[in-house]
Design a protein around this ligand. Structure first.
Ligand SMILES: NC(=O)c1ccc[n+]([C@@H]2O[C@H](COP(=O)([O-])OP(=O)(O)OC[C@H]3O[C@@H](n4cnc5c(N)ncnc54)[C@H](OP(=O)(O)O)[C@@H]3O)[C@@H](O)[C@H]2O)c1
Length: 317
């Protein structure tokens, strides 16, 4: 198999490196986690798993022999995903219904996870404050939005790491995948709050990886660009907009690729291009307005085509 070439992030510096074949990868990191399933209590957690990228991670891990805990707000959707995974892989799937926007949800989650050996945690849940990108003060209900984005994108990731790391440290193994975003690579106007929340995800992942790598734990930020999900208005897939399944299968090849990865070759190239464009060009007022018009027209066309339901302001991801 041809080795994949990716971009490895180390602070602001990026270098080319080669990634082992899929088979080798699975025989290393993921295989170590599969070994955990020898214990009846071994489970692997994916947040925001009722659809999109989280659902694809839950499927991918179960297909590799792991029992899964899936979390989101909507019990019916989680139950459907649990049944689909159980039927197609034969693995055990436990459902935890929770709303990460709410305060004080983590002690309840801790209780529900307490007797399990968590081998893999995918911190996937995230929300985009506005469907149409806009300037900070133009965001509707800004005060509420700020709290929600911090609770969902920032606090949840930090708290979930806090819940699973002690067990991983004790067992001397574990994998934590924290989903960031490609746009966190630069200061990204019109998505400022969202991009800043994902910078937190990356910096905490990178700091924790340094602190816990000696303990045998892998902690990695995965930063996709376009993936066709509700958050991305179900854009048609193409060379740069991947299906959740394709993105996740690709990103799992990179688990040993350092503390940050774009998770696929095409998104690595996009990240590299983004970093090459001078910021004063990217930040030009006319480009910000063009980005807004572009997304608006794209969503309008998509709505017309698929009659999807993301017109609503409270559209979450
Ligand atoms: N799609 C992209 O192009 C893209 C690009 C870069 C980064 N990302 C990141 O990838 C991650 C997954 O995004 P996605 O595109 O897969 O989104 P998605 O398809 O909209 O799925 C979001 C998932 O999170 C759950 N969720 C949302 N808010 C929640 C809350 N407050 N509490 C509990 N669960 C909640 C949703 O279920 P319920 O609604 O039932 O709760 C759903 O299962 C996010 O962190 C996102 O920022 C996505």
């Amino acid at each position: 198999m041809i080795p994949l070439i990716g971009l490895k992030g180390k602070g602001e510096h990026y270098s080319l490196f080669s990634v082992n074949s899929k088979k080798e990868q699975e025989n290393t990191v993921l295989q170590q986690q599969i070994d955990l399933t020898a214990h009846l209590s071994a489970m692997h957690v994916v947040t925001g798993a009722s659809e999109g990228i989280g659902r694809a991670y839950a499927f991918a891990l179960a297909e590799r022999g792991m029992n899964i805990v899936i979390m989101s707000r909507t019990k019916e959707r989680l139950d459907t995903v649990a049944k689909e995974i159980g039927d197609s892989t034969g693995r055990t799937v436990k459902v935890i219904t929770t709303d990460f926007l709410k305060e004080n949800v983590f002690s309840k989650i801790e209780d529900q996870l307490k007797d399990m050996n968590i081998g893999v945690l995918v911190n996937n849940v995230g929300m985009l404050p506005d469907v149409i990108p806009c300037k900070y003060l133009d965001s509707k209900e800004l005060d509420k939005t700020v709290t929600e984005v911090i609770n969902c994108n920032v606090k949840t990731m930090a708290k979930m790491c806090r819940l699973v790391l002690p067990g991983m440290e004790k067992r001397g193994k574990g994998l934590i995948v924290n989903i960031s975003s490609g746009i966190a690579s630069i200061p990204f106007p019109m998505y400022s709050l969202y991009a800043a929340s994902k910078v937190f995800v990356e910096r905490l992942s990178q700091g924790l990886q340094s602190e816990y790598k000696e303990k045998g734990i892998i902690i990695q930020a995965v930063a996709p660009f376009g993936v066709s999900t509700r958050m991305a208005a179900y854009q048609e897939t193409n060379m740069v907009t991947l299906s959740p399944q394709d993105f996740v299968e690709s990103s799992l090849h990179y688990v040993r690729a350092g503390d940050k990865t774009y998770g696929s070759v095409c998104h690595s190239i996009l990240g590299w291009i983004l970093l090459c464009i001078p910021l004063h060009l990217l930040h030009a007022e006319f480009l910000q307005r063009s980005l807004q018009s572009y997304v608006k027209s794209k969503i309008y066309r998509q709505e017309k085509r698929s009659n999807a339901i993301y017109k609503n302001k409270s559209w979450r991801v």
